[in-house]
Design a protein around this ligand. Structure first.
Ligand SMILES: [Zn+2]
Length: 98
């Protein structure tokens, strides 16, 4: 699997540098809007109904990053400045944004 070697924080987004030397630029706004956590992405109950969080009122801080942590060898966790940090972005997901 393609792994992230390095993440550069740019003024408007992140650049992921991959093991295969390719890179992916993703704007903060896009990253936050695809947050894969249950709250943002919606949860499916046993009957297949999807519940989507009311949409957090996203302030400007919602699109700024506090820090990024590696999760195992397959994902990163992004800590946004509005204190939202439950989204785990897998490498696979990030790579698919190319
Ligand atoms: Zn989220």
């Amino acid at each position: 699997m393609n792994k992230i070697k390095k993440i550069d924080i740019m003024p408007s987004g992140l650049v992921f540098l991959w093991e295969d030397k390719s890179d992916t630029f993703v704007e903060f706004k896009k990253l936050r809007d695809i947050c894969p956590c249950a709250y943002c992405a919606g949860e499916t109950d046993v009957f297949g109904n999807v519940y989507i969080g009311d949409g957090i009122k996203k302030s400007k801080l919602a699109y700024e990053i506090n820090k990024i942590e590696l999760v195992g060898h397959y994902a990163i966790q992004i800590f946004w400045k509005d204190n939202h940090s439950s989204g785990i972005y897998t490498f696979k997901l990030l790579k698919s944004l190319n």
